[in-house]
Design a protein around this ligand. Structure first.
Ligand code: AHR
Length: 504
């Protein structure tokens, strides 16, 4: 059996585990809002029509800030449509997803839902079909206490206190040719800088996220970040990264190594941002908002899911309803490891998305809600990762991948909260066939004398999934091999598995 050794030391801290790393993303897309979080006729619906079974699952997932309302959707969205008396709200074409948006749920309702799930709002403004004026109008509506037309309108619409939204995205994926209002890096950079300046003039304390690349594999990747940040460096706080991974051509070995790509993506954006800062002689540091990440079978959407036709604009169609396997969840868990490994510069991240649409939570209209396989690595990492993320040196055998060359079989990260005496170790075994025994010297950690929790996600069938018919087919199990003996933690990781251990 292959073995691996990890070295960790509380003195080698990467950075704080910020709660914003466990953010989510809710887009008006498919059955995310309608028939997802909002289903007035559902037996579990509350007085506002929100499904309480979904609210409970979102709370259990442990999601911090939630990015809203898109995504591609935001680039054609008129925010004014979604406020005021419901009966007067217009129905609009959503060109991004070829659907009809009823605007039954808008800013007020969504903020109310966030209060129920205990998450904060992160808003995106439309810089696709709209511009600076509409962005500052929305900011005024959301954050000014009162005494102006827009803030008084908000109060008249039932919300006297400001929404006080702290994080704002300056558009969405403006590098993508599919994006409404897609433009060059220079054109977008100038618009983003103008808009950021105006927004800060109104509310100097907001955090602004400028659009980076929609994937590290875009032809403009790198140059896009350089050009956009050259225009916006002084005006923004964060630059976004988006990445989706899928198993291609049955190459599970490469798919399991997807975090290698995410690591390189983050390192390249940090280097580019720091380069722009150095050229400008600036002491300011731009952090990363990894505000879309997940496993997503995009090729499937290009085919089966596509909606077309001038007379065919459905409301809440079934779109992007990926069913996640054990292998998907293992990759998903390894992406969380990658985010934690970069906790110094990834200040915020949003799992894309939350309910029904490439989501950890699925619902059936009139029926149950259930956890996909990916639910578990998120909820466990969100709950157990506390304090500082620690750099972990991994000494493990490698395996060969088509996409990334030689890759270590094991990847890991640890977190350590000295004050609370809590340590967590997150591990992945990418071997398709072999268990790996891992040893870790934990003597330097202080209170790490015993394994207090162990969870391993694994199944002999890597394609096993949770479905409406069998919602609990896959769940993490205690890892009975995990133990600390005389300052050494030992655990055996089954092939294609993700593991979380809490020590205390
Ligand atoms: O999350 C689905 C879509 O992926 C988002 O709308 C878009 O921003 C990205 O391309």
């Amino acid at each position: 059996m292959p073995s691996a050794r990890l070295s960790l030391d509380p003195r080698f801290a990467v950075g704080p585990v910020r709660r914003k790393l466990f953010g989510g993303f809710v887009e008006h897309l498919g059955r995310h809002i309608y028939d997802g979080i909002f289903e007035p006729g559902h037996p579990s619906a509350d007085a506002e029509g929100f499904r309480t079974d979904v609210i409970e699952l979102v709370r259990e997932l442990g999601v911090d800030t939630i990015r809203y309302p898109g995504g591609n959707f935001v680039s054609g969205f008129r925010w004014e449509d979604s406020v005021g008396p419901r009966a007067e709200r217009p129905r609009r074409l959503d060109l991004a997803w070829h659907s009809t948006e009823t605007n039954e749920i808008g800013l007020h309702e969504f903020a109310g839902w966030l209060d129920k799930v205990g998450s904060d709002l992160m808003l995106a403004v439309n810089l696709g079909t709209r511009g600076t004026q509409e962005a500052i109008d929305l900011l005024e509506y959301a954050n000014i206490r009162g005494g102006t037309t827009l803030s008084d309108q908000r109060a008249a619409h039932g919300r006297t206190e400001p929404f006080d939204v702290r994080m704002w995205c300056l558009g969405n994926e403006m590098d993508g040719p599919w994006q409404l209002g897609h433009r060059s890096a220079d054109d977008y950079g100038k618009l983003a800088a103008r808009t950021a300046k105006a927004m800060r003039q109104l509310d100097p304390d907001i955090q602004l996220v400028v659009c980076g690349s929609s994937s590290a594999h875009m032809p403009t990747f790198g140059e896009w970040e350089r050009a956009v940040l050259t225009h916006t460096y002084d005006d923004v706080d964060l630059i976004s990264c988006h990445a989706y991974y899928e198993e291609r051509g049955g190459d599970l070995a490469s798919f399991l190594a997807s975090a290698v790509d995410m690591d390189a993506f983050i390192d390249a954006v940090v280097a580019t941002a720091d380069h722009v800062g150095a050229v400008r002689g600036s002491k300011k540091r731009i952090d990363l908002s990894f505000d879309e990440w997940n496993v997503w079978y995009i090729d499937r959407f290009q085919g089966v899911d596509k909606i077309e036709g001038i007379d065919n604009w459905p409301i809440a169609p079934r779109l992007l309803e990926d069913v996640y396997s054990v292998a998907d969840a293992v990759v998903f868990g390894s992406l969380l490891i990658s985010l934690l490994k970069h906790a110094d510069r990834v200040a915020s991240a949003s799992l894309a998305q939350l309910v029904n649409v490439i989501a950890p939570i699925m619902t059936e209209p009139g029926g149950p809600a259930w956890r996909q396989t990916t639910f578990y690595p998120f909820s466990l990492t969100s709950r157990l990762a506390r304090g500082e993320a620690l750099q972990v040196a991994v000494d493990a055998p490698t395996y060969v991948t088509e996409a990334y060359g030689d890759v270590p079989l094991v990847d890991a990260v640890a977190t350590h909260d000295a004050a609370a005496g809590r340590t967590a170790v997150f591990l992945v075994n990418r071997s398709l066939t072999e268990p790996v025994t891992v040893t870790v010297d934990v003597r330097g950690l202080g209170n790490a004398a015993a394994v207090v929790e162990s969870h391993t996600l694994h199944d002999a069938d890597t394609s096993a999934a949770n479905t409406l018919a069998d919602p609990d087919r896959v769940r993490p199990r205690p890892n009975t091999t995990a133990a600390v003996v005389e300052g050494t933690l030992t655990v055996t990781l089954p092939p294609v598995s993700w593991t979380a251990l809490a020590l205390g």
